[in-house]
Design a protein around this ligand. Structure first.
Ligand code: ATP
Ligand code: MG
Length: 240
């Protein structure tokens, strides 16, 4: 029995692809209402960690608990049903469906389906999506697709949102708009894990940060302290 009260609690997690180990002995926790960032270089294992949390990859050892229950042996769809929703790297927009249909799909597990109040909430978060609701998903710009991916995840009414590289490939202006929406979600009390290669954006956004290096946690702490830590500055912020 764990005495932890964390919403998400990961203990000594190892994950690999076939015989190739990728994550080794990861322990981390996320409290309810926290925004936690995971930063690290290409190939550090950030996406692998999110995929393990959401049940798309199996742990080779260790345990993941969500809201007190063990989820590390649950099917991915059952994990989503508990309110842990993954907004994947690459966004996975349905290109031949409209913006509105993409959003409605996000609610397909809910008994009440997609209500107009839910859609309105997303349109308030990202007004561009309201303007473009009849447009095909595939015709959106990269930044608009990222807003749509976040909006679709929010339509599932998550208790915890897992975000994989929301800033990837976005112009500075679009990135600002996406992070404005994320800050609004954070302010509303949503629990968030943010995976980012853009370390500065992630450190500024989050309460706490874990630094992943070659599949292990190399550093962790309050984002406000890590942002001025020389090791972080040298390796991830391009200044010593
Ligand atoms: N399907 C797979 N099969 C085998 N190895 C994989 C697979 N997916 C990822 N890997 C390997 O696992 C390691 C971690 O990859 P992962 O995608 O988790 O890194 P990442 O931190 O998300 O990187 P990036 O910043 O480039 O997205 C890499 O060495 C990668 O080559
Ligand atoms: Mg990745």
């Amino acid at each position: 029995m764990s005495t932890s009260t964390a919403l998400l609690d990961i203990a000594d997690l190892s994950v690999g692809y076939g015989d190739i180990p990728v994550l080794r002995g990861i322990s981390m926790h996320v409290e309810s209402g926290e925004a936690v960032a995971i930063i690290g270089a290409n190939g550090a294992g950030k996406t692998t960690l999110l995929r393990a949390i959401s049940g798309l990859l199996r742990a080779s050892s260790g345990q993941i608990r969500f809201a007190g229950g063990k989820i590390s042996d649950l099917r991915a769809d059952l994990i989503v049903n508990q309110g842990l929703v993954h907004c994947p790297e690459g966004r996975a927009i349905l290109r031949r469906m409209s913006v509105r249909e993409n959003l409605e799909l996000g609610a397909y597990r809910l008994k009440e389906g997609a209500t107009s109040a839910d859609l309105d909430r997303i349109f308030e978060l990202f007004p561009r999506l309201r303007e473009r609701q009849s447009q095909l998903g595939g015709s959106l710009s990269g930044g608009e697709q990222q807003m749509l991916a976040i909006g679709r995840a929010m339509m599932a009414k998550p208790r915890m949102l897992l975000l994989d590289e929301p800033s990837l490939g976005l112009s500075p202006l679009m990135m600002k708009e996406v992070f404005r929406g994320l800050a609004q979600l954070k302010a509303s009390g949503l629990t968030i894990i943010l995976v980012e290669q853009n370390a500065l954006a992630a450190l500024k956004f989050s309460d706490r940060t874990y630094v992943l290096e070659s599949g292990s946690i190399a550093l962790q702490g309050a984002s406000s302290s890590l942002i001025s830590d020389p090791r972080v500055r040298e390796a991830y912020l391009g200044s010593a």
